[in-house]
Design a protein around this ligand. Structure first.
Ligand SMILES: [Zn+2]
Length: 94
């Protein structure tokens, strides 16, 4: 099994009301966070895992994932991946 790591750029989330109905959400939405995902997590059949759609070799496919960590900046993320010898396969822009 090959490990696959993906970075997802996403807006910070404040609450369930969303940017349309909440001023703080609107503020948060301007800030981007980087979510480091492991899209080949250890099998655990009992766990209902979240899924994400990825493009793998030109084909869109759904995979399960684990969130490894969140980062406020790309610099922090790169420092972490360098330290932990993680290769980022894909960066997803939301
Ligand atoms: Zn809110």
């Amino acid at each position: 099994m090959t490990e696959q790591h993906v970075v997802k750029k996403m807006a910070k989330i404040h609450c369930a009301k969303g940017p349309k109905n909440c001023k703080t959400c609107r503020e948060y939405a301007k800030e981007i966070r980087y979510e480091l995902l492991d899209t080949d997590p250890q099998e655990n059949e009992l766990a209902a895992r979240p899924m994400i759609e990825l493009e793998v070799m030109g084909e869109k496919t759904w995979v399960t994932f684990d969130v490894i960590a969140y980062f406020d900046t790309m610099d922090e993320l790169q420092e972490y991946t360098a330290k932990n010898d993680i290769k980022i396969e894909q960066i997803i822009d939301e």
